[in-house]
Ligand binder design. Sequence first.
Ligand SMILES: N[C@@H](CCC(=O)N[C@@H](CS)C(=O)NCC(=O)O)C(=O)O
Length: 206
Amino acid sequence: MAIKLYGIPQSRTSRCLWMLEELGVPYENVPVSFVGDAQKPDFLKINPNGRIPALDDDGVILFESLAINLHLARKYGAGKGLWPKSPDDQSRAIQWSIWAMTEVEPPAMRVLMNRAFLPEPQRNEAEAKAGEQALSKPVGVLEGALRGRQYLLGESFTVADLNVHGVLGWAPTLGRVKFDATPNVAAWLKRCGERPALARAMARRS
Ligand SMILES: N[C@@H](CCC(=O)N[C@@H](CS)C(=O)NCC(=O)O)C(=O)O
């Protein structure tokens, strides 16, 4: 098979599974866990960072979940709306993806680690609250960007939405973050979260 995605659905790999499901292209999901497997010599040849996900697209090897999604959308998503038509919107999709990784993921992870991922005795609610406070700044930026539009680049769902939602989408559920003060973000989270392709990607968890 031409496309191999390394990683397990219970990880950031889920973002790329979501993209592959949106695209409807054939792929193989090679189950590499972040516990141990990702540090094995065979996998380090694919991703020397020892992290999942990683992609082998017919010999093109990539790491970084959001870069993988930009690649997949650009290569396979043009006719499907995932990759924006105009070069300016393509640049905006790249901007939102880098923004999600640098501005959203660090505070979001602080919340998620301390409310969901760490073993309970190690969780620290003060840390979670500090993460929530830091997260409110990029969420405010998102609120403004979504004013008067359904999706980040206009009226249709693109890789920009998938990548930002892939980073923030867990916050209301696992992170118990409230979005009452940012109704545009709350509605957008729900809108993107209801996509059938996301449900198919999540179903791979069980
Ligand atoms: N920025 C990277 C982060 C990848 C990452 O940290 N993946 C975790 C699993 S969700 C992992 O492989 N951790 C193993 C480790 O750090 O040893 C991406 O988005 O792909």
